[in-house]
Write a new protein. Structure first.
Length: 162
């Protein structure tokens, strides 16, 4: 049985017992059970908000040659259809949500990794590298996903000043 199932079962039993009409029944629920339950509820609420929190674009043309298709989880650049991993898609969705905006490493980690993960600067750099390999014409001289040294990364569209 998973920990969330155990927490739910204990919470349900405590709820039933606390609603009983007998004044002699008393239930003591350990604080850690209540804390874990609250955390699970917050995670579930975060998942419900989903794309709004993650900044993922719903099948929208970000630029005349760049389309992010949320339903199919693909990116199109011109005629090319590019498949991304779930994490790459989240990260790219964040960058496309506000082209030209510089996202810090911390913002990228908050968006693309779960709160329980121990993601690092190196993890972000690795995923940016993998995205550039898939999306850029020349990954060594990126034009789309640009590094703002000391600040983070941004999505730069053609004909847009940096």
């Amino acid at each position: 049985m998973k920990s969330n199932e155990v927490i739910q079962q204990v919470t349900d039993e405590a709820s039933v017992l606390s609603k009983s009409k007998s004044s002699h029944s008393s239930v003591v629920i350990p604080e850690y059970v209540l804390r874990d339950r609250r955390q699970a509820d917050r995670r579930q609420a975060d998942r419900r908000q989903g794309d709004r929190r993650e900044g993922v674009v719903k099948k929208e043309a970000v630029h005349q040659h760049l389309v992010v298709d949320e339903r199919k989880k693909i990116v199109r650049i011109g005629d090319r259809e590019i498949r991304l991993t779930p994490k790459e898609f989240k990260l790219f969705g964040l960058l496309t949500s506000e082209p030209g905006r510089i996202y810090s490493i911390a913002e990228i980690i908050d968006c693309a990794w779960s709160p329980e993960s121990r993601a690092s600067v190196e993890d972000v750099q690795q995923y940016i590298y993998m995205l550039r390999r898939k999306l850029e014409t020349d990954p060594k001289q990126p034009q789309l996903i640009v590094t703002a040294h000391g600040f983070g990364y941004s999505l730069e569209l053609p004909n847009r000043g940096r």
